[in-house]
Design a binder for this molecule. Structure first.
Ligand SMILES: NC(=O)c1ccc[n+]([C@@H]2O[C@H](COP(=O)([O-])OP(=O)(O)OC[C@H]3O[C@@H](n4cnc5c(N)ncnc54)[C@H](OP(=O)(O)O)[C@@H]3O)[C@@H](O)[C@H]2O)c1
Length: 262
């Protein structure tokens, strides 16, 4: 896929990976629609990215609000008459240790990460089905196949994304020529993980390069960094009795917040 001249919608555009992806695409002479909640930041970014060759517009949107998502897609479609590529990166990471087992954390994670994706897929499909070709890249996470102590709410929302996207992928391609791909990052140095030290993490600059290269090559799944991919894949085949003896502090990682018992 060549990005030049394409209409590209990015959610989570104010975040670590989203903003880096937008910055790189701004050099490719595209028409960018940036989406997030922080309007001032979106405005600032569009001002910086707009040139005589790149157009940049923005729309404030809370992805957990179905109506706001519908209006964002409508805004992009009315502005440009098509959407060639959507890169969905909006998301939140909320720890949920067993001591504070709280359904509201799980609801919030599902509402933003999972349903935020579902609402976009729904609205984008209605536009993209009529086009001859389109691509949607959805962000899950690398460890989406196994539970991790302390990160159940986040992991469940991302595992749900991976399942949904893989379930839709063949039909989307065969019936409507829509390419659906899953982005599965390991650790990327962004505001999301600023409080958690993660060994082997990559910068958001590197992550954006890997993601854009994967989209360009029309990959089905983009997973990185390679060392973390290997560790996660090995972890996936370890039997449960062995998996459960890994110390929970190790699974939670350094700097995990110390919860107070409820
Ligand atoms: N960083 C990692 O190590 C890592 C690893 C695996 C997967 N991921 C996934 O990669 C994606 C990007 O992560 P990141 O590290 O770049 O995160 P980040 O820097 O925290 O950025 C998150 C982005 O999501 C937006 N967002 C959050 N809640 C939203 C809501 N309710 N409505 C609309 N936008 C919302 C934020 O914008 P506003 O606050 O302006 O709304 C921001 O632009 C996420 O889906 C994350 O789960 C990250």
């Amino acid at each position: 896929m060549d990005f030049q001249g394409k209409v590209i919608l990015i959610t989570g555009a104010t975040g670590g990976m989203g903003s880096e992806i937008a910055k790189k695409l701004a050099k490719e002479e595209c028409k960018l629609i940036l989406i997030a909640r922080r309007e001032e930041k979106l405005k600032e970014m569009c001002k910086k990215f707009s040139s005589n060759k790149t157009e940049c517009v923005y729309k404030k949107c809370d992805v957990s609000n179905k109506e706001e998502v519908r209006k964002s897609v409508k805004f992009a479609h009315e502005k440009y008459g098509r959407i060639d590529l959507a890169i969905l990166t909006a998301g939140v990471l909320i720890p949920n240790p067993i001591e504070t087992m709280d359904s509201s954390i799980i609801e919030k994670s599902m509402k933003i990460n999972f349903f935020g994706t579902v609402y976009f897929l729904e609205s984008l499909f209605s536009v993209m089905k009529k086009q001859k070709t389109a691509t949607i890249a959805v962000t899950s996470t690398l460890p989406d196949g196994r539970g991790l102590a302390g990160w159940g709410a986040y992991g469940a929302s991302k595992a749900a994304i991976s399942w949904l996207v893989e379930s839709l992928r063949a039909e989307a391609k065969q019936k409507y020529n829509i390419n659906l791909l899953t982005i599965k990052p390991g650790s990327v140095e962004t505001p999301m993980i600023k409080d958690y030290h993660r060994q082997g993490s990559v910068t958001s600059d590197v992550a954006a390069d890997v993601i854009l290269r994967g989209i360009r090559k029309e990959k089905k799944v983009i997973q990185f960094p390679i060392m973390q991919v290997i560790v996660i894949k090995v972890g996936e085949i370890v039997p449960p009795f062995l998996y459960d003896i890994v110390p929970i502090s190790h699974r939670k990682g350094p700097d995990y917040p110390e919860p107070e018992e409820k």
